[in-house]
Unconditional design. Structure first.
Length: 690
């Protein structure tokens, strides 16, 4: 059993979600509140409407979400828009093994379903009294024969459609599918697939071994009860299950049957993969009749399996719960598999689960995640379907909230490699490359905080220094233009005195101030940040802050003059070097010499000019006059480097604080005040509207 496609409309946080051509592992990522978990909830509800392992299983879904169906407006919580219909539909493929089992055992799988309908309670594996058999036996036999024939006739092909539609005011409309109705009510996990749900609310407590239950029917009933609901029970009594498995294996070996399963072997593989410095030694009987579950460290020390960290238990117990129940041909839904795990433990996680829980048992795995590490491992794997979901607020009506994340072409691979957090990556959205990189992701940080809606609609990337940003943009834009995607890529650089203006016709823009930090030179948020950092406001008015900032700008005057003279000299010397010759030359060494001689002559002339007192004094005076003129007006807030001004302000007025920390506090206060600097907004709106 596996989903081939899924379509959800107007269900809770989902306006429209379409997933097609689903592979062996489905991974859905996206920001909080975009509807990722709701997709799994929709699958559970769809399955329960077709039937369960107990009567009215869908009532449990309603109870979990505190929906009172007895009230006229009880179902409104299901609708994203209460004026539109809710729709969930899917195409589900049954394996050859499942189809053959249903065809060969049609009467036996349908019989408990018919008894359950007639008696109003689940009878899968239950007991029917003599009175019930006498009263309803012939009726059941007739219906079983009829439904068995219908089932065999319906088992044509391998893919079956499931779906329901719920109008705002109207009757629930469920598409009829006898194969899926029977499959969803037949608990035979070794043959007929189940849908097994694992919530993100998982806790692992220390355990003592309880009563070892060797009654397989009781164990079966227990597992049926928490496949989709009551899921908190899944992660209790794990030690008891290990002990039960050990006892059953001993009994099987004594009976000459052999091993029950390869559980311990796969647990050993799990330790080798994720905890290479530890070894699980398996259940170990003690002289007092108890069982220990020792874990041996590389230094020889031994501790109980209960002493694993919460992250290690997440890997071990989560895998153990799935592997020990060993469902086949099933759909396994796991919400936030990265819970409690650091990036190291996540290395190889999706591949390991796919190998041992997916492919080995013919299961389809669904993972809902925020983990960048999991995403990077999954993207590009041909056996995985990877999607990014966007919130309703950032998509237009009718747009699919899920976009496939692929890296099958050079452009997409480059973008995926650049995006810092792949969990926030939005496929096919515009890519904006900012100056910055490494620990200098300031532009991305400021834009994301002050304009969060922009950050949700675009991929914001730190590209490094200005020249690298332009080179990166040019490479991506040139490659993308061949595919008609040139309008997807943009670059935004600082206005400082760096490279010349970009050529017309490119998507390279610049802020209207020296640095993006210049937009932080605003008195109200700076005063609020001072009060938050120091516990007091050392200034009595905004004007005093403006004067202090101007004084900081004045203090860096000499440094700015020096930088501008240095840049003039450097630009002149570099431009003087022009070494070249005709590519059609027959004498390369001879023809190259004149350009070398000419470059050296120009360098000598410029060296004499640049080292002369007259030129140096004139250059200093010219630059100083320009900067002093800016300082006499508000132009210094545009022309002077805001990063240097704010850094000096912190040094003078915020003792004990570092510049990055105070800068972020100022940014926090701007967010609280709803600040949207006009220069920033102008550039971002231009990209957004393109």
């Amino acid at each position: 059993m596996r989903f081939r496609n899924l379509r959800i409309e107007n269900f809770r946080g989902i306006r429209r979600l379409v997933l097609d051509d689903l592979k062996e592992l489905v991974l859905i990522a996206g920001p909080n509140g975009c509807g990722k978990s709701a997709a799994l909830d929709a699958i559970r509800l769809l399955k329960s409407f077709y039937g369960g392992y107990q009567a009215n299983e869908w009532h449990q879904w309603m109870g979990e979400f505190q929906i009172d169906i007895s009230k006229p407006h009880g179902l409104r919580k299901l609708f994203g828009n209460p004026s539109e219909a809710l729709l969930i539909e899917a195409e589900i493929e049954l394996s050859d093994e499942e189809i053959q089992h249903l065809r060969n055992n049609a009467e036996s799988v349908i019989t408990p379903i018919i008894w359950g309908r007639i008696l109003g309670r689940s009878h899968a594996g239950g007991i029917i009294s003599a009175n019930e058999a006498n009263q309803y036996g012939s009726q059941v036999a007739d219906q079983v024969a009829k439904k068995a024939l219908e089932l065999r006739q319906a088992l044509v092909g391998s893919t079956f459609k499931a779906g329901f539609r719920l109008p705002p005011q109207g009757q629930l409309q469920v598409d009829q599918s006898i194969p899926l109705t029977v499959a969803f009510q037949t608990y035979a996990p070794q043959v007929i697939g189940v849908i097994d749900y694992h919530s993100s609310s998982r806790t692992y407590e220390r355990e003592a071994i309880g009563g070892v239950n060797l009654n397989l029917e009781a164990l079966t009933e227990q597992r049926k009860g928490y496949l989709l609901y009551n899921w908190r029970e899944k992660y209790r009594n794990v030690k008891t299950e290990l002990a039960s498995h050990y006892v059953r294996e001993v009994i099987a070996q004594r009976a000459g049957v052999g091993r029950v399963s390869d559980l311990n072997q796969t647990l050993n593989e799990l330790f080798q993969k994720f905890f290479p410095d530890k070894t699980y030694e398996g259940p170990t009987p003690q002289s007092d009749g108890s069982l220990n579950f020792p874990v041996r460290l590389s230094n020889g020390q031994v501790h109980d399996i209960d002493d694993l960290s919460s992250g290690e238990k997440e890997v071990l117990y989560g895998y153990l719960r799935l592997r020990n129940s060993a469902p086949r041909n099933s759909v396994i839904l796991i919400d936030e598999p990265e819970l409690h795990l650091n990036p190291r433990l996540l290395q190889g996680f999706s591949d390991f689960y796919h190998m041992h829980l997916g492919r080995a048992l013919n299961n389809q795995l669904w993972l809902v995640t925020h983990s960048d590490s999991l995403l990077r491992q999954a993207v590009g794997n041909p056996n995985f379907s990877v999607y990014h979901m966007s919130p309703v607020t950032t998509t237009v009506v009718g747009e699919n909230q899920a976009a496939p994340v692929v890296a099958t072409d050079d452009v997409e691979r480059a973008v995926v490699a650049m995006v810092g957090d792949l969990a926030a990556y939005r496929p096919r959205a515009k890519v904006v490359i900012f100056e910055g990189g490494g620990d200098s992701d300031t532009d991305v940080l400021i834009v994301s905080r002050l304009f969060p809606s922009i950050a949700q609609r675009m991929n914001l990337v730190s590209g490094g220094h200005k020249r690298r940003v332009r080179d990166l943009y040019s490479t991506l834009a040139e490659t993308a233009s061949r595919a008609g995607l040139s309008e997807r890529f943009y670059a935004v650089v600082d206005r400082d005195r760096g490279l010349p203006e970009p050529p017309e016709g490119t998507n390279i823009l610049s802020w209207d101030r020296y640095h993006i930090e210049n937009y932080l030179l605003s008195e109200p948020p700076i005063r609020a940040a001072l009060a938050s950092t120091l516990g007091r406001d050392p200034f009595t008015a905004d004007e005093e802050v403006a004067i202090a900032l101007r004084d900081c700008a004045s203090s860096i005057m000499n440094r700015l003059v020096l930088e501008r003279i240095q840049q003039d000299v450097n630009d002149g010397l570099v431009s003087a070097i022009r070494v070249n010759a005709s590519p059609r030359t027959a004498q390369p060494a001879v023809d190259l010499k004149p350009s070398i001689v000419g470059s050296l002559a120009r360098l000598r002339d410029l060296g004499e000019t640049f080292s002369s007192d007259d030129w140096l004094n004139e250059s200093e005076g010219r630059h100083r006059a320009t900067l002093e003129s800016a300082l006499e007006s508000d132009a210094w807030m545009v022309e002077f480097p805001g990063r240097s001004i704010l850094s000096l302000f912190v040094e003078r007025h915020v003792p004990g604080a570092s510049y990055p920390v105070f800068r972020n506090v100022v940014l926090d206060k701007m967010v609280e005040m709803g600040a949207e600097p006009a220069g920033l907004k102008l550039v971002l709106d231009q990209i957004d509207a393109a």
